[in-house]
Design a protein around this ligand. Structure first.
Ligand SMILES: [Zn+2]
Length: 314
C-alpha cells in the first residue's frame, strides 16, 4: 500500500550497517548502540539512543549518504511522500555551517526519485538564540526543500509554553509548524501546543486522557502524527494492544501513521501497518483515510496535495 510519512527523524533512522561501517564497529554493536532492544524506562533513555548517530552526522559526506539511504529505504517501504525532520544545530560539532548541513542533506534526498521535504527541529533545552537560528534557516529555505519547523526533545523538563515567543516569530514569518506534545507529558501539553498555533501534533496520543484536548483537536482541525511503536519503546504503553490509536480513530480524531525513528525503534512503516491491522482490525479503507489525513495536513501546496491524492489511490 502506498503511504505518506510525516513524522520521521533522520538521526533516528540511519541504517545500522552504515553506523557499523562509519564507526568501524561490528553490526551487532551498532544495533545495540542505536536501537531500543529491550523496553527502556523513559523518553530520556530513548533519546540517549541518538548520541551515536549524531556523532557520525558531522560531515557533509556522511549527511548526504545518510539522507540518500533513508530516501532509498522509504521508497522500498512504499512511501510516496515523506517529511523528514532533523535538528540542524546538532550537526555543527566539526565546524560545518548550518547552510552546509541543510544542503548536504538535501543533496542526498535529491539523488533518489521520491518526493520528500524537510522539517527543521528546534530543541527543548537549547537556548533561545540557537532555536531562533533554526527559524531563520527554515525561512531561508522555505519552499526550497524545507517546509516547516518542529519542537523536539524532553517534553517533561521543558514545557511547550517556554517556547511561545519563538512560535510567535514562526507564525509571523508564515512558517508552518508541528510540535511534539502529549508524549511524555499529558494532555495540557497538547492544548498549549495548539494554542501556540501548531496545526499538527507530534504524537498527541495522550489527548485520549482529556475531553478538553479531544474537543480542541476537533474544533481546530488538528492532525496527530501518531508513532505507535515509538510510544512502546519510550514506555508510554506496555504493548501495542494498549495503544490508544484505535480509540482516537473511533472518536474521529484525524490520525496519521509514522515510525518516528526507523532504527531506534527497529521498524518500517509496512511493519507498523501490518501490526496495527492484526491488533486493531484496521481495514484498507481505514489506512487509506489515515493517508488522506496525512496529505491534507502535509506542509505542501494544494496542487501538490491533489497530485499526491491521485497517486495514492491509483
Ligand atoms: Zn518524534
Amino acid at each position: 500500500m502506498k503511504k505518506i510519512e510525516l513524522h520521521l527523524h533522520l538521526d533516528g533512522s540511519i541504517r545500522p550497517t552504515t553506523i557499523s561501517e562509519l564507526l568501524n564497529i561490528s553490526l551487532e554493536e551498532a544495533i545495540k548502540l542505536s536501537s531500543v532492544l529491550n523496553k527502556t524506562s523513559s523518553l530520556k533513555e530513548y533519546l540517549d539512543k541518538f548520541d551515536i548517530p549524531i556523532k557520525i552526522m558531522q560531515t557533509k559526506e556522511n549527511l548526504t549518504r545518510i539522507a540518500k539511504e533513508l530516501a532509498i529505504d522509504l521508497k522500498k517501504d512504499d512511501v510516496i511522500y515523506a517529511e523528514i525532520r532533523f535538528a540542524p544545530n546538532k550537526h555543527l560539532e566539526n565546524g560545518l555551517s548550518l547552510d552546509e548541513v541543510i544542503t548536504s542533506i538535501m543533496q542526498g534526498l535529491k539523488e533518489v526519485p521520491i518526493k520528500t521535504n524537510l522539517i527543521l527541529c528546534m530543541m527543548r533545552g537549547d537556548s533561545y538564540e540557537k532555536n531562533l537560528e533554526v527559524i531563520k534557516y527554515a525561512k531561508k529555505y522555505l519552499g526550497k526543500g524545507i517546509v516547516g519547523i518542529d519542537l523536539a526533545g524532553n517534553e517533561t523538563t521543558y514545557p511547550v509554553n517556554d517556547y511561545q515567543k519563538l512560535f510567535e516569530i514562526a507564525k509571523k514569518e508564515e512558517i508552518p509548524f508541528t510540535i511534539h506534545a502529549g508524549e511524555a507529558d499529558g494532555p495540557l501539553s497538547i492544548i498549549n501546543a495548539i494554542h501556540l498555533g501548531a496545526k499538527r501534533i507530534g504524537h498527541g496520543v495522550r489527548a485520549i486522557e482529556s475531553e478538553e484536548a479531544l474537543n480542541l483537536i476537533k474544533e481546530k482541525d488538528i492532525t496527530l502524527e501518531v508513532c505507535p511503536k515509538s510510544n512502546i519503546d519510550t514506555n508510554m504503553y506496555d504493548k501495542l494492544e494498549e495503544h490508544p490509536i484505535k480509540l482516537l480513530f473511533d472518536k474521529k480524531i484525524k490520525v496519521t501513521l509514522n515510525t518516528d525513528n526507523r532504527t531506534v525503534s527497529n521498524i518500517t512503516l509496512n511493519q507498523t501497518y501490518e501490526k496495527l491491522k492484526n491488533i486493531f482490525n484496521f481495514t484498507q479503507k481505514d489506512f487509506l483515510n489515515m493517508n488522506k489525513n496525512a496529505i491534507q495536513c502535509a506542509f505542501i501546496s494544494e496542487e501538490e496535495k491533489q497530485e499526491l491524492l491521485e497517486l495514492l489511490v491509483k
